[in-house]
Structure formats: structure tokens, C-alpha cells
Design a protein around this ligand. Structure first.
Ligand code: FES
Ligand SMILES: [Fe+2]
Length: 394
């Protein structure tokens, strides 16, 4: 289920170069490409001519060019050239693809997926302590980027990222301590703006891992400071982890990008205040990936695969407060009618429907100027058809 009308971090900025890039979100294919001034555009990846992937095309003269018959679409998604047509022939009004508001910030590409008009749209997510540049930047930090693929749904992945009580067990080999698994009581820190939930986090003191081998002898009686750790999420799909080690601080921001219902790619930015030379970058990526690898078997094994909607379907305890905040937020969104079903493989083979873009509701003149239906409209059209057929039978 895609929750529409939110800013989703869907790609790392450094992945979008001179050529278009395809990103799948909840079973919907989007194309990302850069205009001549370097800004990133996010559009429906389906060419409205014969459904070819614009992601397989080129960027030419400030447009994305379809690889099949060379139609060109500008940064508003409007087709400006049909090469096979005789010069001077007008371009049909329907020759346009959905274009989503798109911003590059903190190293992520953010796309506003939905049709909410600009005035009502929530502001872009603000990641803790980072400046507003297109790179991931904060004074004294060095950033690295990476990604990790899970065979699991994105909400299971997101919940795992903010789950405090699993650390002593799943990460006992790295930063958890299975001998001291108790989690102190913590307060939820919720940030709301104009009633909109922007961030949920909590800070706890975790027991450091027990020293082993050589360190065990050396540090037997040494005092081991507790590790002040902050974790939380920015709706809809970014998690945050801040770990304050004696050596310095680590921050991991991970966008759980829902490819489809059973595949998620975590696109992450890891920042550190120690060993800030480029020589330590590879090791930083390796260590972050190791954390995901430790989580992977458990997260991929969770059943049901999709996070239940009924809160009583699983048992919660005090230390699950952040995940519960996420589940409540998701339910509120669905109750507000913002849930869009992810197309199944069979549906996707038969027909296409796209995430509606703001132009669909902003401009009444364009109300019928769309080749592909919006996801919700497709469901409605199908039920209308069924009703019609039922009527015919009776
Ligand atoms: S399918 Fe894109 S131009 Fe024909
Ligand atoms: Fe974990």
C-alpha cells in the first residue's frame, strides 16, 4: 500500500547522472533525469505512446527522449516532439506523462508522490542536523552512501530500523549486548507541524557489547560507558539512527524504498565524526552493510510479510513505542483515504495505472488529457464496469 501525498526519498542523488534512471516505487515505475540546470525531474516512466520505459532512453536538449520512437518530454512531462510526425502537425494534448514535484536534498532525491496542490502540500522532510544542500553535509562529518536490498516489505524494513529491543540479540556480535537486554523506559519525541507528523524519535542508553578476546582481559575492570543512541523515523519512509560512541558519532539515514510488496531497497547515508579521511570510506560502508546483513534473515523471515493493519494482530510491549507510532500514523493516512494499493504482478501485466500527479487536479482543462488512468480511478472504473455487468445480467 502506497500512502500518497507525501515526500518520498526514492534515490541517492549521486545515482542520477547524465542518463535517465528508472526507480520502481510500490510497483510504479518512475524515471529520474536531470534538466540542463542540474535539477532532477521525477516522472511516470511509461511512455504514453506504446508504454516503453523512458528510463531506457536519453536526455536530449533538456528533455527525456523515449528509446522506442524518440518522443521527447519536457520537465513538466509534456511531449514537445514526435519525430515521425510531419513538421507543423500539432502534438495531441494527451501526449503528456505525470510529473511529480522533485527536490534533491541531503544526498537524496525526494519525489512528492500524489496529486495534492502546492499550497496544501507538506514541506519537505528536515533531517536532523544536516544542512539543506544537495549533498549530505554537516560540520565535522564525513558522509558515505550505499544501498541494501531486502526480500521484505518496506514497512517491516522501516520498523526494523527503529526497533530498539532487537539490538542486544540481532546485533550481539557488533554493537548489542545479549547479557544486558533490558531497555530503560524512554519518552517518545514527536515533532508535528500544523498537525502533520514530521518526526518520531527516542533516545536511550544502551549497554555496549561485552569485550571479547584480548579486550576482555584488558578491560575486565574498566568502566564501559553506556551508548547514547537515538532512533526514529520521518514519515513516510526514512529512518534515522544516531549512535554516540566514545570515538565519535555515527548517523545513519536510510530511505526504505518500497520496490514492490516483497522487495525493498534501503538507500542509506552514513555519516561519521571520526576517521573522516576518504581512506576510511570503504570500511564505513562495509560496517553499515554488516548491520543490515545481521538484520536480514530475521526481517525476511517475518510473517505475515505485510505489516498487519490491526494493532491487535501482534503483541506490543513498552519498548515497541516507536513502531507503534509508525503503525498509528499509517492507519491515520489510510483512514484519510490516502492509501493506494500496490498493483499485483498479474494486474501490472494486463493494464497500467499511474500515481496521480498534481497537474491532474490543478488544471481542470487537463482533466481528460491523460492516457493512463490514475491508480484510484482505475479501481473505480473497474468497479463501475463490474456494476454495469451485474446490471446486464439481471
Ligand atoms: S513508445 Fe515511446 S515513443 Fe513510442
Ligand atoms: Fe538491526
Amino acid at each position: 500500500m502506497l500512502i500518497k501525498n507525501h515526500w518520498y526519498a526514492i534515490e541517492l542523488g549521486n545515482k542520477v547522472g547524465d542518463e535517465p534512471v528508472q526507480v520502481r516505487v510500490h510497483g510504479h515505475d518512475l524515471v529520474l533525469w536531470r534538466s540542463n540546470d542540474g535539477t532532477v525531474n521525477a516522472q511516470s516512466d511509461l511512455c504514453i505512446h506504446r508504454g516503453a520505459s523512458l528510463g531506457g532512453g536519453l536526455v536530449v536538449d533538456g528533455c527525456v527522449q523515449c528509446p522506442y520512437h524518440g518522443w521527447r518530454f519536457d520537465s513538466d512531462g509534456v511531449c514537445v516532439e514526435i519525430p515521425a510526425n510531419k513538421a507543423g502537425l500539432p502534438i495531441p494534448k494527451k501526449a503528456r506523462v505525470d510529473s511529480y514535484p522533485c527536490v534533491e536534498r541531503y544526498g537524496f532525491v525526494w519525489a512528492f508522490l500524489g496529486d495534492q496542490p502546492a499550497d496544501d502540500r507538506p514541506p519537505l522532510t528536515e533531517l536532523a542536523g544536516l544542512d539543506h544542500s544537495t549533498e549530505a553535509r554537516a560540520e565535522g562529518y564525513r558522509a558515505v552512501f550505499g544501498e541494501f536490498t531486502w526480500q521484505a516489505s518496506y514497512d517491516r524494513v522501516l520498523e526494523n530500523a527503529v526497533d530498539i529491543a532487537h539490538t542486544p540479540f540481532v546485533h550481539s556480535g557488533t554493537f548489542g549486548n545479549a547479557d544486558e537486554p533490558e531497555i530503560q523506559d524512554f519518552d517518545l519525541d514527536e515533532v508535528r507541524e500544523g498537525g502533520v507528523l514530521r518526526q518520531v524519535s527516542a533516545t536511550v542508553l544502551l549497554n555496549p557489547p561485552a569485550p571479547s578476546g584480548f579486550w576482555k582481559v584488558l578491560r575486565k575492570n574498566a568502566e564501559r560507558p553506556l551508548v547514547k543512541t537515538t532512533t526514529g523515523f520521518y514519515p513516510p519512509n526514512v529512518s534515522m539512527l544516531i549512535v554516540r560512541l566514545p570515538l565519535g558519532e555515527i548517523r545513519i539515514f536510510a530511505a526504505a524504498v518500497p520496490i514492490d510488496e516483497h522487495t525493498t531497497v534501503s538507500k542509506f547515508i552514513m555519516m561519521r565524526t571520526f576517521f573522516t579521511g576518504g581512506w576510511a570510506d570503504k570500511d564505513s560502508i562495509k560496517r553499515t552493510t554488516k548491520i543490515f546483513l545481521e538484520d536480514q534473515p530475521t526481517v525476511e523471515g517475518q510473517r505475515p510479510e505485510l505489516l498487519p493493519f490491526d494493532l491487535s494482530a501482534e503483541l506490543h510491549v513498552k519498548s515497541d513505542a516507536i513502531q507503534l507510532a509508525y503503525r498509528r500514523w499509517r492507519q491515520e493516512q489510510i483512514d484519510a483515504g490516502l492509501g493506494i494499493p500496490t498493483p499485483t504482478d498479474v494486474q501490472a501485466r494486463r493494464s497500467v495505472a499511474v500515481i496521480p500527479s498534481p497537474a491532474r487536479s490543478a488544471d481542470p482543462e487537463l482533466a481528460n488529457a491523460w492516457v493512463f488512468p490514475a491508480v484510484g480511478d482505475q479501481a473505480k472504473a473497474q468497479s463501475d464496469r463490474t456494476e454495469h455487468m451485474d446490471g446486464d445480467v439481471s
